[in-house]
Design a protein around this ligand. Structure first.
Ligand code: NCD
Length: 304
């Protein structure tokens, strides 16, 4: 496979490259525990213009486990971009002089691609608007493979906010590289945009749409739930119409296959009720750790 330099969109990766990333990730399971000094001389800058817990901290944990160092900001308001109106281009031109790689999260679609164009060092997209979140999609694939043994042959429900959710946009595209059937389950208002479904079908995926939680959880191997992306609604009254209307509770568990798994990128609000947490199908907190493993693989592949 060609060298990995930037990681901006799942559309930039083919199956061979994805499988290679998943293989390198498996090898990181041991390294994550023992730690290494492979990236001892490297510095990672994290530029987070939007809130994050898992993505930023798992990137940092991944870099520290590989012996590297970390700097950055976790809030736009504390940077010159937020507080003083500096352009993204100037922020990148500055940070590239301080670090060896940039991990960026930004509220605008296309932001990571723009950052990469201005950057002389590699850029990783840690979430660009409602458009994409490729490292999340890769850790989701890694989780599916780890928990279910393989990805091919599975049926997968992508549920919740399919309109504004960037994780499902990236995961939907990523899954088209495998032989899977995809069920899109969302309230009418939050259906995946027709153009995105079209892209998935063109890429060869079998896609159906349903609009109830019952349909979402039935007859599938993987239930991938997402949070309604309140912060992306242009009109808060629209959010009020859907909040609390699409959640999985323990009452839905009898509809699930015994060996199904429930995943979620987290954070959850009320779309996965806490009474699910003890069920064998609930794997979303195990999924969190895979974020460290997968991101170690990405950092190692780009910087190692
Ligand atoms: C997601 C995100 O930021 O898109 N979170 C994450 O990275 N794990 C999902 C969300 O915020 O709902």
């Amino acid at each position: 496979m060609g060298e990995l330099r930037n990681l901006i969109s799942m559309k930039d990766l083919d199956r061979k490259q994805i499988d290679h990333i998943l293989d390198v990730s498996s090898k990181m399971e041991d390294v994550a525990i023992k730690r290494s000094k492979d990236l001892e001389s490297k510095i990672m800058a994290v530029l987070f213009f939007e809130p994050s817990t898992r993505t930023r901290l798992s990137f940092e944990s991944a870099m520290l486990r590989l012996g590297g160092s970390v700097l950055g900001f976790a809030e736009a308001t504390t940077s010159s971009a937020g507080g003083k109106g500096e352009t993204l281009a100037d922020t990148i031109r500055t940070v590239e002089r301080y670090a060896d790689i940039i991990v960026i999260r930004h509220p605008l679609d296309g932001s990571a691609r723009v950052a990469a164009e201005f950057s002389s060092i590699p850029v990783i997209n840690a979430g660009s608007g409602s458009e994409e979140h490729p490292t999340q999609a890769l850790l989701d694939l890694y989780s599916i493979k780890k928990f279910k043994g393989s990805i091919d042959g599975l049926s997968i429900s992508l549920c919740g906010d399919l309109k504004y959710g960037r994780t499902v946009h990236s995961l939907g595209m990523a899954l088209t590289n495998y032989n899977v059937s995809i069920k899109l389950a969302a309230p009418q208002m939050l259906r995946m945009k027709p153009a995105v479904i079209e892209d998935m079908r063109k890429a060869g995926a079998e896609v159906i749409e349903v609009d109830s939680v019952e349909e979402a959880v039935k007859d599938v191997d993987v239930i991938y739930m997402t949070r309604i992306q309140k912060e992306r609604f242009p009109d808060p009254r629209e959010y009020d119409k859907v909040v609390g209307r699409f959640s999985i509770t323990a009452d839905d568990a009898p509809l699930m296959r015994d060996d199904a798994i429930v995943l979620h990128p987290l954070p959850r609000v009320d779309e996965l009720s806490a009474d699910l947490d003890g069920l064998p199908q609930a794997r979303y907190f195990d999924q969190v750790y895979n974020g460290v493993i997968l991101r170690m693989a990405i950092l190692k592949m780009i910087l190692g």
